[in-house]
Ligand binder design. Structure first.
Ligand code: GUN
Ligand code: FE
Length: 432
């Protein structure tokens, strides 16, 4: 098959130096890592005699997709109708998350959730749990069995939420520290300190989260920022001393490299500058922003300001696990803002770009020799209509554009984790 991976940000100019494309390519995997990638003819001539070759003629192999913001306990409330953010949290989200104190339930959902990620070609994600420690024990147990590279954390939430879903500044601190000690760095797992957002954490809890961040500089920080107008107004009332919503997180020491803030729709110039200087990442969640009516993220503005930007599904505010569909929605949001999103930049963003956003690009994101061999096989013939449109697409960019506008889980023929088949559209895979 053909192989595409990115070496750098291609920009809107689609710089050809930014990617490597082999129309008839071969990738060699050894001990779960990329051993070589190149033209089939050049590489196939001197292979060891016992090399097993899997043929994906007609298909496109790319690095596994990376999702920079998703909630596993919201799997069962995807497509919950009729509300915007704050009502949606009360009516659907909190009741669903209340069930994750039960480890058996959390395990069952984690299994389904990871199956669904793999069916959609996603091999790494930055994941919200619920407030319960058990939700993360369950999630990491399943992710570890499958040898997936995943980053996750227990939610910190001690106010403006149902009593039964709250922790306290001290229990939230202690439970997070215990989870970090148990899981961070085990296999391919990483921890994220996860205050839900400024509304549901008291000053004391945000201060304790900042202390955790100081004590564990190697872990991620993960939260929500400036998603919805009512939310932004409430934060201004709760923290009257703050210059802006972002300033609240900054004040408590929660801005740094490895901090990922979902949405960032309603930021001003100074906020953007502070994001850039701190090295924090904004996660653009277009299907969620459209579904919850939150607003239109300014991707070009963020990139022009040199902000780090990832793309994410935000399930269950987001309406799809598919990063292909998420790219389609990103394109639509860009159109509404009056500019375009090139397919090469789009596919860079869900692979190497998101790996860089999460600071994981020494491990994943492209096929540099020695990186972990997580990859997807894209099918140009996934549906009759896609196959028909693909016939008239002559360039790589045209084919990528069709996958990004028309593609979904049906376009993922197979997903590999550390060189092993983890999802196939034609076979059933048994997980450990
Ligand atoms: N803000 C605080 N919590 C949430 C959540 O669960 N989803 C989204 N989209 N925004 C939030
Ligand atoms: Fe979210």
């Amino acid at each position: 098959g053909s192989i595409l991976h990115f070496l750098a940000d291609p920009g809107e100019s689609e710089n050809e130096q930014a990617y490597a494309y082999f129309a008839d390519g071969l990738m060699l995997v050894k001990d779960g890592l990329v051993d070589a990638v190149g033209d089939y003819v050049a590489l196939a001539s001197d292979l060891p005699a016992n090399t097993v070759i899997t043929d994906y003629s007609g298909k496109l192999i790319m690095p596994g997709f990376i999702d920079t913001h998703i909630h596993f306990p919201q799997t069962d409330i995807i497509a919950a109708p009729g509300t915007q953010l704050l009502d949606w949290l009360e009516r659907y989200t909190f009741p669903a998350e209340s069930r994750f104190d039960n480890e058996a339930h959390a395990t069952e959902v984690a299994e389904f959730f990871l199956d669904e990620l793999l069916r959609n070609g996603t091999t790494t994600a930055l994941v919200f749990g619920s407030v319960h420690r058990a939700s993360i024990d369950a999630f990491f147990t399943v992710a570890e069995q499958r040898k997936l590279r995943m980053v996750a954390g227990k939610v910190l939430m001690d106010r403006h939420s149902p009593e039964y879903l709250r922790d306290t500044p001290d229990t939230g601190f202690a439970d997070s520290a215990a989870l970090i000690e148990r899981w961070h760095g085990l296999g391919r797992l990483g921890y994220a300190i996860t205050p839900r957002f400024a509304i549901t954490s008291s000053d004391q809890q945000l201060a304790r989260a900042g202390e955790l961040a100081l004590a564990y500089p190697q872990v991620h920080i993960h939260s929500h920022l400036a998603e919805n107008h009512d939310e932004v107004a409430w934060v201004a009332r709760l923290f009257p001393w703050s210059r802006s919503y972002l300033d609240v997180y900054d004040h408590f020491g929660l801005l740094r490299e490895g901090a990922v803030y979902a949405h960032c729709i309603h930021l001003d110039e100074e906020d953007r500058k502070r994001m850039v200087d701190s090295g924090a990442t904004a996660a653009f969640c277009p299907t969620s922003n459209l579904f919850l009516g939150s607003g239109l993220f300014d991707l070009a503005g963020a990139r022009d300001a040199s902000m780090r930007v990832g793309i994410a599904t935000d399930v269950g505010g987001g309406t799809s696990f598919s990063l292909l569909q998420t790219l389609g929605a990103s394109y639509n949001v860009a159109q509404l803002r009056g500019y375009t999103l090139s397919p090469l930049l789009a596919f860079y963003m869900i692979t190497l770009g998101n790996a860089r956003s999460l600071g994981l690009d020494q491990h994943i994101g492209n096929f540099a020799v020695g990186k972990e061999a997580d990859f997807v096989v894209l099918d140009p013939d996934a549906t009759p209509l896609l196959a028909r449109r693909m016939q008239s697409a002559t360039s790589l960019a045209e084919r990528l554009f069709l996958w990004m506008i028309m593609g979904d889980d049906r376009a993922i023929s197979a997903t590999y984790v550390l060189g092993n088949l983890a999802h196939s559209s034609t076979e059933t895979i048994q997980h450990a």
